[in-house]
Design a protein around this ligand. Structure first.
Ligand SMILES: [Fe+2]
Length: 299
């Protein structure tokens, strides 16, 4: 049996007792349950998984996603090499975001193992977008549940990987419309689904209204009370659920190197389930938030 120890009451758990190369079905089920319960899980003290081993682990969660822009390892289109060096112009994930939310079916989960770490720094922060939704006031929750947002990627991906040999002349990048509040298919909980990287507009509002509301929502999502911060150790793996989290990979370690492999699992098309629109849901949301995080008691 695996041991699952929450890192905070809101988000994140450390899982021990797992050998990620040889998980039996019961252990995998426990790992999956921990992911659904804690939104991001951290598994330390692993061997460096080969590309085939990491792809096989990812496939236990579902079919894999192929990144629309990033270069992949030769022969492994599902494997994204995360690598930042002294010469890097960008560092992947250096800002709050959800992975590839511009896709019509954005990633369900991401499995990242880091093999090379800086001597210090390079932590990753994760935020619970369940907590963000559940701590909004009921009138705002109700409004957000009626809205959709555009998630684009041209502004991010065009030319982004030119220094790694990607020529994107003539290539298009995805853009999709998703509900602002999405229902998690496993937990049934609602999550706020807009992010600074990909979301360009709330479609039903004027530009001024959209800009102001998104600015507020981003600041709200980024409240430290909704976060967990992971200090990596060599060959640790983090697995996060992109449907109910955002993350920020801090690039505070230049000129040091940080390197690892990422595999991403294909998700469903985000949807909003109005089934709980009755009073019972709003009661559940407000009462499930810790009292010091409830509306009218904010920053
Ligand atoms: Fe990311």
């Amino acid at each position: 049996m695996l041991t699952v120890v929450p890192v905070t009451p809101t988000i994140g758990a450390e899982v021990s007792g797992a050998d990620l190369v040889n998980l039996d079905d019961a252990q995998f089920e426990q790992l999956h349950e921990a992911l659904i319960a804690h939104q991001v899980i951290f598994i330390r003290d692993q061997p460096a998984l080969s590309p085939i081993q990491q792809i096989a682990l990812g496939r236990r969660f579902g079919p894999l996603h192929e990144h629309p822009a990033a270069p992949h390892l030769d022969g492994f289109p599902e494997l994204f090499v995360i690598h930042t060096t002294r010469e890097s112009r960008i560092a992947n994930g250096n800002g709050w975001h959800t992975d590839v939310s511009c896709d019509e079916r954005p990633p369900l989960a991401t499995l990242l193992q880091l093999h090379v770490l800086p001597a210090s720094g390079g932590d990753t922060l994760f935020a619970s977008t369940y907590a963000a939704y559940e701590t909004l006031s009921e009138p705002l929750q109700k409004l957000l549940c009626t809205l959709t947002a555009t998630h684009a990627s041209e502004h991010i991906y065009r030319g982004r990987y030119a220094d790694r040999g990607v020529d994107d002349d003539g290539r298009g990048y995805p853009s999709s419309v998703h509900p602002v509040i999405r229902t998690h298919p496993d937990s049934g909980r609602r999550a706020l689904y807009v992010n600074r990287a990909f979301t360009t507009k709330i479609n039903e509002l004027t530009s001024h209204e959209s800009d102001a509301l998104l600015k507020f929502l981003y600041a709200h999502i980024e409240r430290p009370e909704f976060q967990v911060r992971f200090a990596w150790t060599k060959n640790a793996m983090a697995i996060w659920d992109n449907r109910c989290t955002q993350h920020f990979a801090l690039w505070d370690y230049w000129p040091s190197e940080r390197k690892g492999h990422r595999v991403t699992v294909q998700g469903e098309r985000p949807y909003y389930d109005p089934g709980f629109d009755a009073e019972s849901d709003s009661v559940r949301s407000v009462t499930s938030a810790p009292s010091h995080l409830r509306p009218n008691d904010s920053l």
